[in-house]
Design a binder for this molecule. Structure first.
Ligand code: ADP
Length: 385
């Protein structure tokens, strides 16, 4: 609403005074209308859209207090300013108590009117913006609920056919004679690999809906972090070898024990390595580094790759659900290929898991040079203690 086009209704029984008020408000740039008494004023309020009603308090027929009550009852968003003489100031105070925005005393001070009207318009504007924000917020909440519902339902609906498919693939695998056609065996292996990828996606969706609903049912245990990292390294090194990417595991500092959900932390750390694998070219290098300092309280796990890097302005976004820097159409479907499959959930979940362990995940990256993902976790004690 523009201050210039705010519409004011003036209710005043004395014609000369009314005309002078109209001139004054018009002079200040407002659109004005008038009524000679309270009753007509109330009818006009019902039939028109005004932002402000300015009414004399002392009028025959229907006085300003009655007008104020009627306006606030029918159109509470209209601001009402009352006009009174010094002798009847207590009426103005009464009006304020029942919802008037402000009052003017006669004779009206031009400067004061200008300031009060401008303040009033600002407050109407702020209220309208606030209402719009509330509506938008409500819509966002609804959309978010819809998204949660979609994820949960999709996840549930996909699980059953996938379980059936997996069961049949396992059966075929079991009964396929060893001397079968090479192409047939390869086709089966590809189907099994693809099945695994689909299962991972479903697990991600499942975890995401779990987190969104705040049910993080963790199984927390005490374990030695270096042992977990060693297991991850052993499990994944063949994937790097297949892509001719150098993969090193370095220990800097003594092993420490952390308390947490080992399985979830393992998945989160694997996610970082999986990304390093996916976004690094053949002949590149990936380093998994464990760094602990006995005097400190935190242990650091770094995944450093010499891959494609992430533009600075996208580095915050990559932790948002379903966000991918590259156009996903160009991705291959396999999770081990260069720029391979994914749906932009890995880092979201990894971050949630790590933060639920009072840890942090930080990214540093330079385009075409590589990325460093650092996981910081609090540790319980050194295993030497
Ligand atoms: P996705 O499963 O699609 O990889 P993530 O949540 O794990 O989803 O990652 C989100 C996006 O962040 C990726 O699609 C990629 O664009 C970018 N990204 C993550 N890790 C790296 C990395 N090591 N190097 C370059 N880009 C990365």
């Amino acid at each position: 609403m523009d201050e210039k086009i705010a519409k004011i209704l003036v209710i005043e029984d004395e014609e000369d005074v009314r005309e002078s008020y109209l001139d004054m408000f018009e002079f200040f740039g407002y659109e004005v209308d008038s009524a000679p008494n309270g009753r007509e004023g109330v009818v006009k309020v019902t039939n028109n859209d005004y932002e402000i009603v300015i009414t004399d308090l002392n009028m025959p027929e229907m006085d300003g207090i009655e007008v104020l009550k009627m306006v606030k009852k029918n159109k509470p968003y209209i601001e009402v300013i009352v006009i009174t003489g010094y002798a009847t100031l207590e009426n103005a105070i009464k009006a304020m108590k029942i919802g008037a925005y402000d009052y003017f005393t006669k004779p009206i001070d031009l400067e004061l009117v200008k300031i009060v009207l401008s303040k009033c318009i600002q407050s109407i504007k702020a209220r309208k913006e606030n209402e719009e924000l509330k509506t938008l917020n409500q819509k966002l909440t609804e959309l978010n609920e819809l998204k949660d519902k979609f994820i949960t339902v999709t996840n549930h609906e996909l699980r059953t056919p996938l379980t059936v498919l997996k069961g049949y693939l396992d059966l075929i695998d079991m009964f396929l004679p060893e001397d079968s056609d090479k192409d047939l065996i390869e086709a089966l292996n590809i189907s099994k690999e693809t099945m695994k990828e689909m299962v991972t996606i479903i697990e991600h969706l499942h975890d995401l809906s779990f987190f969104d609903y705040g049910k993080k049912n963790y199984t927390k245990n005490e374990f030695v972090l270096t042992e977990l990292l060693q297991t991850i390294y052993n499990e994944m090194k063949v994937l790097f070898k297949n892509r001719q990417i150098k993969f090193n595991f370095t220990l800097e500092g003594d092993p420490v024990k952390v308390v947490g959900d080992q399985e979830r932390l393992k998945r989160s750390l694997r996610e970082l390595l999986q990304n390093a694998l996916k976004f690094t070219n053949e002949n590149g290098e990936v380093n998994l580094i464990y760094a602990a300092n006995n005097r400190g309280k935190n242990v650091f796990v770094k995944v450093i790759d010499s891959g494609i890097g992430i533009p600075v302005d996208k580095q915050d976004m990559i932790f948002e659900p379903f966000y991918e820097v590259q156009n996903s159409i160009h991705h291959t479907t396999s999770k081990v290929d260069f720029m391979g499959g994914g749906i932009g959930l890995g880092l979201t979940l990894a971050k949630q898991v790590i933060e639920s362990h009072d840890g942090q995940i930080v990214v540093e990256s330079e385009l075409n040079k590589g990325s460093i993902f650092t996981v910081v976790l609090p540790f319980k004690n050194s295993i030497k203690n």
